[in-house]
Design a binder for this molecule. Structure first.
Ligand SMILES: [Zn+2]
Length: 677
């Protein structure tokens, strides 16, 4: 089972007519008509509406909402409504509210507020999903099920403690195994009874906060447990839906690079991936590309839905800037370029009250169509209609893989030493930025992914090594590929215990180096690194972490220029099989990272069409019939002109472009070129 059936890219978003009288619904649908909105996501926070008391289910209003959407010819993504529990539930069963990291038992309030281990929550959330599915499974307009909402957070209550102990029994079998995995001879921690085990929180193993733990192995397991416990909640509801809806696809909206949930462990249980894109600022083009690619990589390259984005601004931040004219369109096309098969907003009509009343919406409080935001939405709707079905199901022909691993993210950031300043996402973003600047089509994949299709595998900060990954990376190089990894890789096993061998552990043979020592310094300390030689030589800055490398056969590509390790290697390349392993031992600046990455890409002739035009993004999707779509996205506030490599037709304008012709993109401009075959 995969994506919902559709004749074009679905366009629309979250819609909450239950907040409005029915005469407003009528106005809304006329506005949806003019914006070509053809899909509505309904009922995301409807629990209190559809189950006003434990023994009362009332679908009267949701029936009218669904009937109206159906009668208006819209597709429906129908939510189970369990993203926030109702007040009566918390009052009747206090166990459903969470206990936080500080040990405070919460009372009713907010949303995403349910204890994942509560038997009452599990029973009643599944029952609501069961009843929603039973009631609407035969409604032809319903295209997909939306379970919960933005799963996340954590709970440290007694029920979760019991759930954690069960999870540990399943993982380790015996206390001996657990004690060994957690290295409990340290600080007198040997457990002699399962009931002695506590969730790692501010009251137990932690100080300062969630990243400062006396036992990273325990905290790592609690993160895994929490992710799995919430996955169980999703699976409870999905199973309940399946009783009456055997074929409609089921999803939940992910949040991109979201640390608390290991989406790689979740993805097999979703029929298709969807996610909510709320970038931190206007300068996030590369970051969004990475996140889209990560979401597409969750299900082996299958396209995903962009479930939410704001048409204009968010409301949850201290300062909420407006998307400049053209940016909403550009970022929507960027999502499509990277594999989105739906473009949806939060939200279609602005809430009148509560915390999201200022969150951007397609229709504002005044209900007008003559606003800039509405006009831009309507123009995008018309463009997506013009595009038709050509991009649906199209795949990204990537020969480069970027490894992304929640275990490494967690282990690196829980670690005492070498440096709290090295953040997993920042390292990944720097290497991704270099690939993005070079215009490379890439997949962002789990460490368990099949690597046999890639010529280049980039694995930044691969701190935790598990399974047969080292052998599979060696296999990439053996057949002629390149593997690039960095400082703080190959340090610990899946229990967060150091390898009893030279750093970088079982990557050592492939990299042809051993790391003897490491030096962590504050951000103000720069150690310049000289890269390359002869005419190609360039000096760049390095910061935060400096590993002292002793080559074991690797060729030196870059050397430190300062401190007692001046003249020693900072970047190396090791011939391995028909390919090579590249090791970057220091926190190079972006120029340095890009220099190294381009060396690797050059070896495989993998630079994109416009690698030297800054902030002009290119991405390719190939449809099942072989049509090749080249997306060009100008992220600059000024126009840019390039020369086409291949001729084709711009699907947004119908204009034909010959090979070698000049192609001008306005500020924030987009071209979707169906290339000649
Ligand atoms: Zn709990």
């Amino acid at each position: 089972m995969s994506l919902p059936l559709s004749a074009k890219v679905p366009f629309g978003g979250d819609y909450n007519p239950e907040q409005w009288p029915e005469d407003v619904w009528k106005q809304d649908y006329r506005l949806f008509d003019s914006a070509r909105i053809d899909l509505v996501t309904l009922g995301v926070f409807d629990w209190a509406l559809t189950q006003p008391a434990e023994d009362t289910y009332d679908f009267a209003l949701l029936d009218r909402i669904v009937e109206r959407a159906s009668a208006e010819g819209r597709g429906i993504c129908l939510a189970t409504g369990t993203g926030a529990h109702p007040p009566w539930l918390a009052k009747a069963y206090p166990e459903v509210t969470r206990t936080d990291f500080e040990g405070r038992k919460h009372r009713f309030g907010q949303r995403h507020n349910s204890c994942p281990s509560s038997p009452v929550f599990r029973r009643l959330s599944a029952e609501l999903a069961r009843r929603v599915a039973r009631r609407y499974a035969d409604t032809p307009a319903v295209l997909a099920w939306h379970v919960g909402n933005e799963y996340g957070g954590a709970c440290y209550c007694a029920l979760c403690a019991a759930g954690f102990r069960n999870w540990l029994r399943h993982r380790y079998g015996t206390l001996d195994e657990l004690n060994e995995a957690w290295y409990t001879t340290f600080w007198s921690h040997t457990f002699t009874d399962w009931d002695e085990i506590e969730p790692p929180s501010a009251l137990t193993e932690h100080w300062r906060g969630p990243d400062h733990t006396a036992f990273p192995g325990i905290t790592l397991d609690y993160l895994r447990f929490t992710s799995d416990a919430m996955l169980t909640n999703f699976r409870d509801e999905k199973a309940a839906i399946r009783e009456s809806s055997p074929t409609l696809p089921v999803t939940t909206n992910f949040m991109g690079m979201y640390r608390p949930i290991d989406y790689h462990r979740w993805a097999p249980h979703l029929d298709f991936v969807s996610w909510d894109n709320y970038p931190p600022d206007d300068e996030s083009a590369a970051r969004m590309a990475l996140t889209h690619d990560l979401m597409r990589g969750l299900k082996d390259g299958q396209p995903f839905w962009l479930m939410e984005q704001t048409p204009s601004c968010t409301a949850c931040r201290d300062v909420n800037p407006l998307k400049r004219p053209g940016l909403m369109r550009l970022w929507s096309w960027q999502a499509v370029a990277h594999g989105a098969d739906a473009v949806l907003f939060f939200q279609l009509r602005a809430s009148r009250g509560a915390s999201e009343k200022y969150h951007g919406a397609v229709i504002g409080h005044a209900g007008r169509a003559d606003t800039r935001v509405f006009r831009e939405v309507a123009e995008l709707g018309a463009e997506l209609e013009r595009l038709g079905p050509v991009s649906l199901g199209a795949r990204t022909p990537a020969r480069v893989a970027l490894l992304f691993d929640w275990d490494s993210w967690w282990a690196l950031e829980l670690s005492d030493g070498p440096s709290r300043l090295v953040r997993y996402q920042q390292v990944v973003l720097a290497y991704h930025r270099a690939l993005w600047d070079a215009g490379v089509d890439l997949d962002v994949v789990a460490v368990t992914a099949d690597l046999s299709r890639y010529d280049v595998v980039v694995a930044p900060a691969l701190h935790l090594l598990k399974g047969d990954l080292p052998q599979r990376l060696e296999a990439v190089a053996t057949r002629g590929g390149s593997v690039l990894t960095t400082y703080l890789s190959g340090r610990v096993d899946e229990n967060d215990q150091a390898f009893l061998m030279d750093v970088p552990g079982s990557l050592g043979q492939l990299m042809g180096v051993r790391v003897d020592e490491w030096d962590a310094r504050g951000p103000e300390v720069v150690n310049p690194v000289r890269l390359g030689d002869g005419a190609d030589q360039v000096d760049v800055d390095a910061r935060l972490l400096f590993e002292l490398v002793i080559p074991q056969g690797a060729q030196v590509i870059g050397t430190y220029l300062a401190d007692f390790y001046a003249g020693t290697p900072a970047v190396t390349r090791n011939a391995f099989g028909a390919g090579d392993g590249w090791y970057v031992a220091a926190g190079l600046d972006q120029a340095g990272v890009s220099w190294v990455v381009r060396q690797v890409l050059d070896q495989h002739d993998l630079l994109g069409p416009y690698p030297d035009v800054p902030n002009l993004e290119s991405a390719v999707r190939v449809a099942a019939d072989g049509s090749r779509l080249l997306f060009l996205l100008n992220h600059r506030a000024e126009p840019v002109e390039v020369t086409t490599r291949n001729g084709g037709v711009d699907l947004l304008t119908g204009d034909r472009t010959a090979a070698g012709a000049a192609l001008r993109l306005p500020a924030y401009g987009v071209v979707v070129l169906e290339e000649d075959r």
